[in-house]
Structure formats: C-alpha cells, structure tokens
Write a protein that binds this ligand. Sequence first.
Ligand code: F3S
Length: 412
Amino acid sequence: MHLTVEEERMLNGECGEVVQKMMGLLVAMGEAFDATRMIPVNSVHVPAVALSTLRQGGKKLIEDIAGSGARVKAFTTVNPSSTDDSQWQELGIPEADALEQGKVTEAIHSIGAVPTYTCSPYLIGNLPRFGQHIAWGEASAVVFANSVLGARTNPEGGPSALASALTGRTPLYGLHLDKARLGEVLVLVKAELKEAADYGALGYWTGYTCKELTPVFVGIPHQVTEGELKMLSNGIACICSPALFHAVGITPEAQSEEKALGSQKAIDILEFGDNDLSETILRLSRATTRDVSWVAFGCPHCSISEVMEIAGLLNGKRVNSNIELWVCISRPVKALSDRMGCTEVIEQAGGRIVSETCPIVITRETIKQKGFQSITTNSSALATYINSVPGIAPHLGRLKQCVDAAVSGTWR
Ligand code: F3S
C-alpha cells in the first residue's frame, strides 16, 4: 500500500504512539481490503461514545487517546451519549451512569471533537458535499451521507472512525470507489407514501428484501423531505443492509436509472405497493398490549421542522398522565426549539424534549427502572432496535397516530 511521507511519519511513530497505533490500524484495514493508498477525509463522525454501547475496551481507548494529548486532524462530530446532562436526574438516569458518561465526554472534548451528541450530524454542521470522502460511523447517518448527500464513506466502527479523526485519513476501498457504488436491484415504489413513517417502512422492507444488494428506488417524488429521506436511510440501516441506496433524481450520482446502475442490468426488479407498506408496519408493530406507556420521536434525532410538526400536533392537548413522551434531538436543535416556543408547547402538553441521547443508547438501567412495557414510535428503526431491550415491544405508526395514542393512552 502506498503511503505518503506524512503517512509514513505517522506510521513510524514520529507523531506519537497513539497516532502510530491509529495509522497502523488503518494500514491493516487497507491491506485487508486491497486498498492501494490512503485518502484525506473531509470529516469524521464517531459512532460509539455512549456508555451503553462502549465496552470497557472502547472506553479505555478513548481515555488513552485523551491522556496522550493527541488531537483530531479532521473535523469530527460524535454520536449520542447515554445521558442528557441537563436533566439526567429528571430522566431517572442513575448517578453512577451519569458520572461514568461524564468521564467519556470529557475525554471526547479534550481531543477536539465537536460535542454534537447526535445521530443526525448533517443537521447541525457536519454536512459533507457530493463526492467528498468522509469516515463516518452510525448506520443511519452513513446511509444518509452516501445516498442523499452523495458523499463517500464506508460504515466505520468506533476504533476506525477515531483512527481517521486522529490521522485525517482513511484507506481507499469499498464505497469510496465508483465500482462499489453501483445500484443492483430496482425497487419500483408504487405505494402512496404519506409521511416519514412510511419512508421508514419502505427502508426496512427494502433492506429486508434486498439484503446486501444496493437498491435503486424509482418513483420517490422529487418533493420528498429531508425528514423522510432521513427515515428512509434509517429504515434501511437498521437491518444491516448496504450502506447506500440510489433514489433516481434525488441521489446526486443517480440522476437517471442508467447512471444509478452503470453499464450493468438490474439483478432483480421489485415493487413496493400499498400492501407491502401496511404489512411492514403491522409486522414491526409487535406490541400485544394496547396500553401505551412510552412514546418516542427522534430516531434519528429530529430536525427543527420535525419538532415544529410535533409541537403543532400537541398544541392544546394533554399527554395522558401515565405516559412519557420524548422528542429526541441535538442541543442546537433544542436551542431553536426553545426560541420558537416548541419546547414550551411540548412541555405544557406533558411531553419532554430529550437532548443528546435516545431510548436505545440511554443506559438499560434507566429503562428498567421506568417499567415501560411498550414503546410507541413513528420510526421503523426504533421499533426494530427496541427488540434488544427485554420486556418492551413496539407500536409503530404515523406521527399523528402516535400523538393521538399519547393523549388517549391507548393504541388504536
Ligand atoms: Fe439515533 Fe438512537 Fe435511533 S442513536 S438512529 S435515535 S437508535
């Protein structure tokens, strides 16, 4: 693998032991995937900084990096943490967990990463352009970056994203190369997609059906919103399928079917109709109880326009007193929500704005203490990920249906 003089210096330890190890990791990855060289990255998004997802090894790695005095070389943002430090007590997060998470976040800050704590970094300033090479982790953000923004990233894990942050490089292989980005299966979208939840279901169905093949959507309307594409990306990402889709006319490199497929013919042509949409939502809505205990929006973290929509639906209503309603967002989006009066509307209705964390990365101990039996959401991904939390089953529906359930206390 060819390395530049600067990369050689990093590899032979001239830039410190930590940078040497990180460059060693990237070189090993590059050799495993037949990369011919390294490329500079425009930005990095580090996926695993939450206490609940970091194992002992991950925590130690972050603390060792911070202890060494190393600093990031690329613009770096980070995924949600296991706490909202502005209200950890109110959320019932155990003090020990809040303190432990605090140590990790301190280490993250000291290496120069931007404390975004969001899975939608593209909403708050980490916005790569078409064709730029980046090194991002967080499955939903990776799919969004590749497919909606047209940037190029492989799905990175915590260590490889940190390695790219500290060296400013990633090996040139996989989705950084044209040949790995071609579409393989045509998905004709025939269903009437009315809102973000429907796009999430389309994403889930596609990932489930296409497995590792790259889908090319035909029929997604040009006026599709950022929130709907965010949910589509998340729906695909939640079942570990390819980290890229093409939506003809929307994905920057797929302005036509031919461009999306390159010179090859589609391996298969599938149709997603109204029945597929309703069956997917029903399949994911596994809760057997009609009782609602926890309503959660913001998987991935909401944009300000989504918060405005939720506030509009809650305005003048009252969330059932036995129910917790969370709207999960980043701190900058919370600042906008505060200024626009959305936070006040949501809180007056009995809901809660939760910043920098979410129902999946918050510690299990917190959820256990609350005794929730179901989660009601508009996100296919959250309805899937919640399977990893014992004793909680999802209701999946459209936004208004979820808000109505929060008010009535019953899932209809
Ligand atoms: Fe984000 Fe948590 Fe969903 S990290 S994608 S809100 S599971």
